[in-house]
Design a binder for this molecule. Sequence first.
Ligand SMILES: *Cc1c(COP(=O)(O)O)cnc(C)c1O
Ligand code: SF4
Length: 455
Amino acid sequence: MTLQESVWSETESPRIQSYTLTNFRNLPQIQKLSEEQQFEMEVVANVLPFKANNYVIEQLIDWNNIPNDPIFVLTFPQKEMLLPPHYEQMASALKSGADKKAIQELANEIRLQLNPHPAGQLELNVPTLKDGTKLYGMQHKYNETCLFFPSQSQTCHAYCTFCFRWPQFVGMDEMKFAMNEGEQLVQYLREHQEISDVLFTGGDPMIMKAKMFRTYIDTLLEADLPNLKTIRIGTKALAYWPYKFLTDDDADETLATFEEVTNKGLHLAFMAHFNHHKELSTGAVKAAIKRVRETGSEIRTQSPLLAHINDDADMWAEMWRQQVQLGCIPYYMFVVRDTGAQHYFGIPLVKAHEIFRNAYKQVSGLGRTVKGPSMSATPGKVLVDGVATINGKKIIVLKFLQGRNPDWVSKSFFAEFDESAIWLDDLKPAFEEKFFFEDELEQKYSGARKLEKSS
Ligand SMILES: *Cc1c(COP(=O)(O)O)cnc(C)c1O
Ligand code: SF4
């Protein structure tokens, strides 16, 4: 399909309808699948989060291409997302008619084996105000940017089956929020002049009603913080529910709030999550991108590289080309994290780089703003920069894009070539005993795991 083919008009203004474990069998598209397939989904959805909606189902998924359709795999549970023993356990519990409580207990037992908190995500990055108040709704890992999790944005318009935030959605992570989060954020920014960027995240902050969102933004803008230059919004709403910016009751107010930010002279960086060019294909998403851009916001795009969904260089090249055509800036390609269904989605680092390179070399310089493939690991964001041979020894070249110590940024380091490694802690240093940052990392976080994983 060419970009010009689908056009959105105001008469297309659906209300969101969610489909989850409790009602997905009502969908006519699902009823066409065999009972066995429907049961498989039910088994998986009793362990991992599952939510789709009418836009995803009617406009993004190609129901003639089941089970291989990438958006189907992205949003609907697949049998192999659970390891065989876990699948069998849950399947037999359901078949034996176990009660709700027993199912829930088994689900939690399985979830705890899926590395729900890679790298002590909860404790390692919790910032503190000078008066000792802990800010559980925030993370401050890299100097310039702090993450803000508004309490009203702990869900999404649909769930991605690979999402590393899955424990939040099944009620395992009870995030503790303060009553006055907005003011605490301002106070923290006053105490940390090095912060220039605040990143609203979640779940999806664009699930918030505009009134709520505006309250946070106004609190930030009214504080007149000289260090605050950029407000980032990390969201998948363009891909999962573009009507948020078109015809929802609060669409205009949402866009007006973006405009307040840009009128104040701050940058509004809209960090859009797109996993596949199919998500760019509808008239609605194109119209929504246009409206967001008309507020003076800049849209940057990011996605993990995922087996069964987008492990295809030509797909990435096409996605980046379309994004550039639509006025979006390709920003990050991520390596999928070591949690949840990583065994299903994971791609070895060497192959990930190969896919990246084969896509990158196909696009013009305007698409080569993308950085990747990168791992958000405990020491920092680590780029897999390539494979090289030095004095006859094959190695993997890595580089810090972000570091727990800012001085690590842009430093390269080298690991032994390993075709099956899928995460930083699978790698061994090529020329030394330890990677250059390991001792310092351990000192910084004594008591924390050795080469911890993501966060
Ligand atoms: C990626 C990331 C950021 C932002 O990094 P940029 O390279 O500036 O986009 C901030 N905090 C955390 C925890 C991150 O993972
Ligand atoms: S939209 Fe983002 S936070 Fe929500 S499920 Fe997908 S990846 Fe996770």
